[in-house]
Design a protein. Structure first.
Length: 281
């Protein structure tokens, strides 16, 4: 049970990147902070669906959403006060042939956002400082994080890996505590298949979004196994390959309080030799 608390403590620190601020962000009405934008409106299956408002750093879109993306007619209000009637198809803004700009002329005509401190933050590689204090260094496609990059969080966390449509898909998430998660993410940005490693080096695999924690033998099992080994003891033996003859190991336990984080290493009986310190053959 302690190790579950440890895992929850780790991820409660990292989840400040995206969170439901109020309401029902699963199936209902609520406000959800994605880190680079804030959505207020209707939700279905944890995604924007129906009427809503998406506020980005440089503009606000009010309109329809389908499966988490802008879809249909809506209104964009830019930070400079200009207003546009727009139409989206699956997250892509539609423009008439008269409004389109030739690809070869696109970049020279577009002015980079003032928060883009270097490079190309529209369709290329650049460094972008968000008003929240977060920073992204990496590739973008149509303003969105897409491709290889690194996202730095104001709380000290960092993600380095591959992004797709503003979500990380696989890479290494390093928590400010020193713990890491290395692996893949699902289409909602949640941990899927990988390994979480504590600051002291203890690793736990994640399979299909769930931690796989090996059971610890209870005292009765250890006593029974030790009794059985004494009866079946043979002459050939060697030091235990896991505890190196000590008969015990240690594991991390979360002893955190409401206002502090405390991880303690607690001794436990070696699961390989059951406390004997030797392996018998």
């Amino acid at each position: 049970m302690k190790i579950f608390l440890f895992i929850l403590a780790l991820f409660s620190i990292g989840n400040s990147f995206s969170q439901c601020q109020k309401g029902n962000c699963v199936n209902g009405n609520g406000t959800f902070d994605f880190g680079w934008c804030v959505y207020t409106g209707e939700f279905k299956n944890s995604k924007p669906e129906g009427k809503g408002t998406m506020k980005y750093d440089d503009y606000t879109y009010v309109g329809n959403f389908t499966n988490g993306l802008e879809n249909g007619e809506g209104i964009i209000t830019n930070n400079n006060g200009t207003v546009e009637n727009v139409k989206y198809e699956n997250g892509i803004k539609q423009v008439s042939h008269l409004e389109k700009i030739a690809t070869k002329d696109y970049k020279p005509l577009v002015v980079q956002d003032e928060n883009c401190i270097s490079g190309d933050c529209i369709d290329g590689f650049g460094t972008y400082n968000y008003p929240s204090g977060n920073k992204y260094v990496g590739n973008r496609i149509n303003y969105k994080m897409d491709g290889s990059g690194t996202f730095y969080f104001t709380n000290g966390d960092k993600f380095e890996g591959v992004f797709k449509n503003n979500l990380y898909t696989n890479g290494i998430y390093t928590y400010k505590t020193g713990a890491t998660y290395k692996g893949t993410y699902d289409d909602k940005g949640a941990e899927l298949n990988g390994t979480i490693t504590s600051p002291k080096g203890m690793s736990i695999p994640y399979v299909n979004g769930k931690p796989v924690i090996p059971p610890t033998p209870n005292r009765e099992e250890i006593k029974r196994m030790n009794t059985h080994e004494r009866v079946t003891y043979e002459s050939t033996k060697m030091s235990c390959s896991v505890c190196f003859g000590r008969g015990s190991q240690s594991r991390l336990e979360d002893w955190s309080g409401p206002n502090s984080v405390c991880l303690m290493r607690v001794p436990v009986t070696c699961y390989k030799c059951y406390g004997s310190g030797v392996e018998k053959f």
